[in-house]
Structures are given as C-alpha cells and as structure tokens.
Design a protein around this ligand. Structure first.
Ligand SMILES: NC(=O)CC[C@H](N)C(=O)O
Length: 379
C-alpha cells in the first residue's frame, strides 16, 4: 500500500489517512458534510463555506474536472475537501483542469481515499468537529501538532467572515444565467433597481436576479442604510455568506432596520435570511451539523407545496423567537427547522435555502419572480 500523503485530524484525536490532492500544507477549519451528487466546484467556491472543510458523501467527486465557468466566486472559499475515491481523469468537454490541478492552483488542500461514511457519522455524532487537514507528499505528519491545532481552533461561532469575502467596492451586475432556456432575462418594461448586499454572494444568485429582470447594483457587506438608500433602490436583496449571523448582524442589522423604515421590498437568502430575522427581532442558533446538500425537502406552509432545495447552512433561525407580525412561511421536512419568513403586512421575505441552486434543483426560482413582482406591482 502506498504511503498516505494526507491526514485529517479531528479535535478528539480521531485520524483519517488518505492521499493528498491539490495544494500541500495544512489548514484548520470546521468540518461539515455535503450530500450533493453534482456541483463540487460550485460548492467549493460558495463563499458561505469560508472556514469549513467539506466532506462529500457522494463517492465520485472530480469526474468532470473543473472549468472557470462554474466558479461561484473568484476563488475557492472552502478551506479544503474530503473525498472517498481518488478522482479519475475528467471526462467532460468543458473540463479545463483536473480537480487536483484546480485545487493546487487555488491553494486548497484535499484528501482522497477516506471512509467518508464513517467520517459523516462522526460529524453527525460530534456536531461539526474542528479539524486540521494536512497534505505532505513525503507523508510526514506531526500528529500531536495537528490534533492540537484542531483543538485550538475556536470554530465559527462568534466569527464574522462576511467582511473577509465581500466585494471591496460596489459594482453593477448584468450577467444572466448560462444557457438558461426560459428567457427570464428578456422581459419588457423598466427593470426595477435592486441593491444587493454582498455578504459573500454566489454569482448565480446575482444571475437569477438579473434573469428575473432586475437591474442589480452590488454593495459591500458593511454598507450602511444611507449607502443603500443613496442608490434609490426599488428593493434590497440580502445575500448568502459565511460565519455566524449574530456576528455579522452587529453591523448588518442596523443597515437592514434603516431600510425597513423606508418600507422597501426586501428579499434575503440564507445568511441574508438570518440577517433579516435578526433585524426583525428573532434570534439565530448554531445547529448540530447543519444542512448541506441539494435534495432537502422544504414545505411552503402557505400553499402546502413541497420544494426540493439546495441548502448550505450551519446556523438557523429559532422559529420560537419570531416576533408578532413575522410569519413562518417555510419549514424543513427533515427536522422542522425554520426555512422562511415574511412580514405579515409587506413584501419583506427571506428563505434559509438556496433558490438559485448551483448546484441543485430549480423548484424555488419563483422567489426571484416574487421579489420582482413586489417591486413592480404592475409589471
Ligand atoms: N449559505 C449561507 O448563507 C450560510 C449562512 C450561515 N453562515 C450559516 O452557516 O448558517
């Protein structure tokens, strides 16, 4: 058996050996598992994964290589990845690099050859363990140091990571979705002006807003209510993003409250949902091992319909804490946790899941349509 060239050390001392792919070195992070069967590149470049190593439960990861078109942000933001099988040569005409080459070019570490079923059970039992992941082509590991690094990592609770992944300056977004056949981008009538707050926005969210016919200006996470209102928006969008919502809320909540005073339509996704809930007076809590996948059933409590959704969150809005005037609109059919809210009397709403998919099903695109309709009642 060849010498293992990568080691994943959990804070409790459990070790997983495998074969290193991508960059060499060590990273320290929180560990989660994602059950999506496709879209590893979109997952690795989703800024919401900052500070996390992702274990893919689907065994064949890397089969279609990597292409710049599939990046959800400029760089991979997940700290590293864990896969079961050593990736095979890519079989895809779109592939520009192998997964390992792509990870190496982006400075991200991977480990292949891990019993990801056993590891996933450990994640479920321990609740998002802290880990150190090391890749050394010579297979030399200081195990005590790795376990110590994992133990010393403080975890995501209390961490504001949105400010690390947000854009430096505001910009306009005008790209629509790649090869999307329904012609959402070809509407007539004036495009409502949307200010999108970038807490770590995935590109496909911005594409979906553009597809829904919105004129999108992106502002950094630290934008104030004055910055937002200076754009004279018809509506405000709150993006996904990494870290602890309560920490990011320290500056985002005053901004959102300032926007709410002006009675503008507001739509939030994931971290944006959590931010809106905090601004309305609810609270957020850390989950045991979160929801990360592309087949999470969610029930729309107002229509009774079930949507299959893409999810990626480790914190959740405590539905018991929702104040009067805020309605719970969606719940997870896996564990009953909150998946959506709206203000009873105005078009201010948000969802915990990812209607932009990428990867995942597109059942929930109607939310972008709903947001557009709220800004252009006659359009
Ligand atoms: N995808 C997201 O926006 C994640 C939100 C938040 N960081 C969480 O883990 O719950």
């Amino acid at each position: 058996m060849p010498t293992p060239t990568a080691c994943l050390a959990l804070a409790d001392g459990t070790l997983f050996y495998g074969y290193g792919i991508g960059a060499t070195g060590t990273c320290v992070a929180e560990l989660c598992f994602n059950t999506a069967m496709t879209g590893y590149q979109e997952i690795m470049t989703d800024p919401s994964y900052a500070g996390q190593v992702v274990t893919f439960t689907f065994p064949h990861i890397g089969n279609v290589g990597a292409t710049p078109e599939d990046d959800e942000s400029a760089d991979p933001v997940a700290a590293g990845l864990v896969v079961k099988w050593d990736p095979t040569q890519p079989s895809n005409w779109r592939s520009a690099q192998t997964l390992s080459e792509w990870l190496a070019a982006k400075g991200r570490i991977g480990i292949a050859g891990v019993d990801t079923r056993r590891l996933t059970r450990a994640i479920r039992a321990q609740g998002a363990p802290h880990v150190a992941l090391a890749h050394d082509p010579d297979g030399k590991f200081d195990i005590e140091a790795l376990v110590r690094q994992a133990r010393d990592f403080s975890g995501l609770e209390g961490l504001d990571l949105a400010k690390d992944v947000t854009c430096a300056q505001s910009y306009r977004w005008d790209e629509t979705r790649w090869a999307w056949p329904n012609g959402y981008g070809t509407r007539t009538g004036a495009a409502p002006k949307v200010v999108a707050i970038d807490f770590g926005a995935k590109r496909n969210i911005l594409r979906c807003l553009a597809d829904a016919g919105c004129d999108v200006t992106v502002l950094p996470a630290t934008a104030t209510a004055e910055d937002v209102l200076a754009q004279s928006p018809d509506g405000v969008f709150l993006s996904n993003g990494p870290g602890d919502p309560a920490a990011t809320g320290s500056y985002a909540v005053p901004m959102i409250r300032g926007v709410l005073e002006k009675e503008l339509p507001v739509f939030g996704i994931c971290l944006g949902h959590q931010m809106l809930a905090l601004a309305l007076g609810a609270r957020t809590v850390k989950m045991n091992h979160g929801h990360h996948g592309a087949n999470h059933p969610v029930k729309d409590l107002e229509t009774g319909k079930v949507e299959i959704t893409s999810m990626n969150h480790g914190f959740t809005v405590d539905s018991q804490s929702l104040p009067a005037g805020v309605t719970e609109t969606h719940v997870s059919l896996f564990d009953g946790s909150n998946c959506g809210i709206r203000m009873a009397d105005r078009p201010v709403f948000s969802v915990q899941y990812h209607p932009e998919a990428s990867p995942g099903p597109q059942d929930s695109f109607y939310l972008f349509e709903r947001f557009r309709a709220a800004m252009t009642p006659a359009g």
